[in-house]
Design a binder for this molecule. Structure first.
Ligand SMILES: [Zn+2]
Length: 927
């Protein structure tokens, strides 16, 4: 290797030497990769896992982005302090999309640097191997590996990447920021990029402080020194031991607002664009409240000296839990009192509390390897509800968990192809695919089940689940853990065989449903089997699976939940029955559906028809969700299911309606071509009417609306009821929404931010072309004007995607090709929203095919979501054939599973229609 001579003259100097010689430095990641000597063939590491004998202890990292000269780039130097436990010729480090300018190694205690004899790149595993042949192998001991490198700031929102925003004067401000989870730290600096390879970090950021005066990292600033003019080196305090994927550094011109926590000893700060400073205050208050809550819940102080939260204009996910510097998508972070709705606030509060939970679960104690990702994500998804419940006790968060996360888990885990919570990982791409509903929602659901079960065994005592968690965190802090470690802590705290109880839940795919069958007038027999949403689509195996289900029940004679003896493992479990009705899974804590036979379901329906409050809202929500889901999967007949659904006529609870709308809309694509489609729409209108009226429906267009003093869930219900009534063609709602929209346009009233989304949707759903065009054109004007208000923009484009007019839908689709109109982060959801509509499905699929190259280049790893969205609602085999043909010609590795699932689902759609449409229509015509 030929390095610049100045390379050995000191840490800081070499950064600039490397820069100076950058043009002539060999570009090792491209054509100039050297092949190792033939007489000593390299064992180029082909294992996805790094050799265990090399462990890092400290990274001294210096980074300098160039946000002036395009294409925007960065240069860096990293000195990795590492320990070799065994003699070796090879030091293997992760790296991708980076060019090495220079590299050298020295024994930790020595002065002299030594260049590697060879450098080999393994593109598949994203490794760079530094090889030292002469004079002998590297002996065990402590070393420092130093690499000077450069790269381009990513444009794909991954690694070290470029985001930007345009201010009110039309000036573009550029940002350099990071997003490393799961495997993108290696795009920003060569590193041992595995979660168990924890180390301390000293980050040095070299910034132009006129261009980017705000420079942040995980730790507080320790010092800054001027290098040249506006160029400063900002050094941050050494971090605690942490994983590579949690490192963050940001260069921007944002402003911060702080509040104290930890009894006033520490600050939490939110950072926003200068013109959005006030919009950060909601998240700031939630963060302050939630951090204090977690400190007492976990009985462990927040370990870092400060907590920063920042909203990034372009962000690939909702947020990222970098330790001490959490990054957010703006729509999950900024709340504008005049613009944001109750549901925006709720989503933001949940996201903030999710990321804060990670500061302990994930950051302080980290999963040893990605196969246990659920430990991080399941816990954060479970605890976020506790955090928000603490901040907003009247939001019914525990009930909302069931109708959001748990139903998400059920829907994902009932497909023929799914995965167990704990999985083996054989390639880097697979790591990404684990960030799904199984790890998050199912993970959270089984933890909620376990906590309810363990605590139910110790009534009136402090939570044994919580004390088990605190023990787990204390035992593994600053370190890594596996699922078995958690079970051990919870077993010790609860004296229960937790590993045995939980093994099927973490190690098997799918989840069970329990069938309750009245076999004699006084005997119910319970059986369990795996639940498939589309059973006829070919459930691969029929081997009986058995879960330990902590099932309880309540009856009219026994209002307190009675536990069914654990384990419910046999195939048939008798239960004496001597009441008029029975409801299993009280509180919906067990992760299962329950199917009642026709007579038991009718008894529940009659009970609720007489007195809705015979069951708690969450139990009513569970019954509605299960019953409609069984109708789709053909475990319950349409007649039984729809008859039960009539209890919704009196229902005014938000969580019940949230569950109901989720599954009532499932039948929309299935009934579109049926004679009773109009009756189906009228049926849903008739069900929602009471809820609509109870919440006030669409406000008058002539009276300036009073501020709403309703509860959070009533506000959410009102919006949901208007939206649902409008979607299914309730004319009074459509007319009132249109009138309100025009009054708002004329400036005589202002639509409440809580209702704006529902009103826009209903106004767009009008089938009167003239009005529709006026709504459409005024929304376009507003969309263009609201470029700096992503919340309002999302509402507008979602409403346009609801239109039944092909020219409007087509306009929306074409916008997705222009990042100035639809940010890259939002493209998939917009295309999928168009595909979800009656008129949009074919159009979106055609548009997708036409622009396949664009989508595939932009969304490589995220194509599965897009492919599922534009294909799943077709109902004819011919569509499935066309989809298969297209993807045979245009294979997408990351979406192969999605294509398979969609074609299975289409087959199942067709089968459902042929078997059930007649009976469904018969019921609806008679209703
Ligand atoms: Zn998370």
């Amino acid at each position: 290797m030929h390095f610049e001579t100045c390379f050995l003259q000191g840490f800081q100097q070499s950064l600039f030497c490397a820069h100076q010689h950058r043009k002539s430095a060999p570009n090792l990641t491209h054509s100039a990769v050297r092949i190792a000597m033939t007489d000593n063939p390299p064992p180029v590491w082909s294992d996805i896992r790094l050799p265990a004998s090399i462990t890092p202890s400290l990274y001294e990292l210096t980074v300098q982005p160039d946000l002036v000269n395009e294409p925007f780039s960065f240069q860096g130097t990293v000195v990795i302090h590492l320990h070799l436990a065994a003699a070796t010729t090879d030091i293997v480090v992760h790296m991708v999309n980076i060019n090495i300018d220079a590299a050298a190694l020295r024994v930790a205690s020595a002065q002299d640097w030594r260049e590697p004899d060879d450098i080999v790149i393994n593109h598949v595993q994203e490794y760079v191997v530094f090889r030292f042949f002469q004079p002998e192998k590297l002996q065990p001991g402590d070393y420092q590996l130093r690499i000077d490198y450069n790269g381009l700031l990513g444009q794909d929102l991954l690694g070290f990447y470029n985001s930007s925003y345009v201010d009110a004067d039309g000036v573009t401000h550029n940002i350099a920021t990071t997003k490393f989870e799961p495997t993108y730290a290696r795009r920003a600096f060569p590193c041992l990029d595995e979660p168990a390879m924890k180390a301390s970090y000293i980050v040095n950021s070299i910034a132009n402080i006129t261009l980017t005066p705000t420079v942040l990292s995980n730790m507080p600033e320790a010092s800054r020194k001027q290098i040249n003019g506006d160029i400063y080196q900002i050094t941050f305090q050494p971090s605690l031991a942490m994983s590579t994927y949690l490192v963050a550094f940001i260069f921007c011109d944002f402003v911060g607002t702080s509040l104290p926590f930890h009894g006033g000893a520490k600050n939490v700060t939110v950072w926003t664009r200068p013109d959005a400073q006030a919009q950060g205050l909601f998240s700031l208050q939630v963060a302050q409240n939630c951090t204090d809550f977690y400190e007492s819940y976990f009985e462990i102080d927040f370990p870092l000296p400060k907590m920063d939260l920042i909203g990034i204009p372009d962000f690939i996910s909702g947020a990222m839990e970098n330790w001490g510097l959490i990054t957010f998508r703006e729509t999950s972070f900024l709340i504008d009192d005049s613009q944001s709705s109750a549901s925006d606030k709720q989503r933001t509060a949940l996201t903030v509390c999710h990321e804060l939970a990670h500061q302990w679960f994930g950051d302080l104690v980290t999963m040893r390897w990605w196969n246990d990702l659920w430990l991080n994500e399941g816990f954060a998804s479970f605890l976020e509800y506790h955090g928000v419940d603490h901040a907003f006790p009247d939001w019914q968060m525990n009930d909302q968990f069931v109708t959001a996360d748990m139903l998400n888990a059920f829907d994902a885990d009932s497909l023929p192809v799914t995965h167990a919570i704990s999985v083996n990982i054989t390639n880097p791409a697979q790591i990404n695919s684990l960030f799904d509903s199984i790890s998050y929602d199912k993970g959270a659901s089984i933890l909620r089940m376990l906590s309810a079960f363990l605590d139910s065994l110790h009534p009136g005592q402090p939570s044994v689940f919580q004390s088990g968690l605190a023990n787990y965190l204390n035992e593994h802090k600053y370190n890594n853990a596996e699922t078995s470690d958690l079970w051990a802590s919870l077993s010790a705290a609860s004296q229960q065989p937790v590993a045995t109880i939980m093994s099927a839940w973490t190690d098997s795919e799918g989840f069970p449903f329990v069938s309750a069958q009245l076999t004699t007038p006084s005997t119910i027999v319970l059986t369990q089997e795996r639940f498939y949403q589309y059973p006829q689509a070919g459930n691969s195996t029929n081997t009986p699976q058995v879960w330990w289900i902590p099932l309880n029940y309540q009856t009219d004679t026994d209002a307190n939940p009675v536990s069914f003896p654990m384990p419910l493992v046999q195939q048939s479990n008798p239960l004496a029955f001597n009441s008029s009705w029975i409801k299993f899974n009280v509180g919906q804590t067990a992760v299962c559906r329950v199917r009642y036979d026709s007579s038991l379901l009718l008894a529940l329906k009659n009970t609720l028809a007489a007195d809705l409050n015979a069951l708690a809202p969450v139990d009513r929500a569970g019954l509605v969700a299960d019953t409609l889901s069984f109708m789709r999967s053909q475990y319950v007949t349409p007649t039984d299911a729809l008859r039960f659904t009539s209890v919704l006529q009196n229902e005014t609870n938000y969580v019940v309606w949230q569950a109901a709308v989720r599954y009532l809309t499932v039948f929309e694509p299935l009934l579109r071509l049926q004679e009773c489609y109009g009756q189906y729409r009228a049926f849903i209108q008739s069900l929602i009417l009471t809820a609509l009226n109870a919440t006030g429906g669409v406000p008058s267009a002539t009276v300036q609306e009073d501020p709403l003093n309703d509860s959070q869930t009533d506000i959410l219900l009102r919006s949901l009821a208007i939206d649902t009534a409008g979607r299914f063609g309730h004319q009074p709602t459509l007319q009132a929404a249109r009138a309100l929209f025009f009054a708002d346009l004329a400036g005589t009233v202002t639509i409440s931010s809580n209702l704006r989304s529902a009103i826009y949707n209903a106004a767009m759903a009008s089938d009167q072309t003239d009005d529709n065009d006026t709504v459409y054109h005024s929304l376009i004007v507003r969309y263009i004007a609201e470029a700096s208000n992503p919340t309002e923009r999302n509402r507008i484009i979602a409403a346009m995607a609801r239109s039944s007019k092909p020219y409007i839908l087509y306009t929306v689709l074409t916008w997705t090709l222009d990042p100035s109109l639809v940010r890259v982060q939002d493209v998939i959801s917009v295309v999928v929203a168009v595909a979800a509509g009656q008129q949009g499905l074919n159009l979106a699929w055609d548009f997708f095919q036409q622009n396949f190259a664009f989508f595939n280049s932009k969304f490589g790893e995220r194509m599965a979501t897009l492919v599922t969205g534009v294909t799943k609602d077709f109902t004819m085999q011919a569509n499935a054939d066309e989809i298969n043909q297209f993807f045979q010609l245009h294979p997408v590795a990351s979406a192969a599973l999605a294509v398979q699932q969609s074609t299975q689902r289409i087959a199942s759609n067709e089968a459902w229609i042929s078997k059930n449409a007649d009976e469904t229509c018969g019921y609806l015509f008679a209703a």
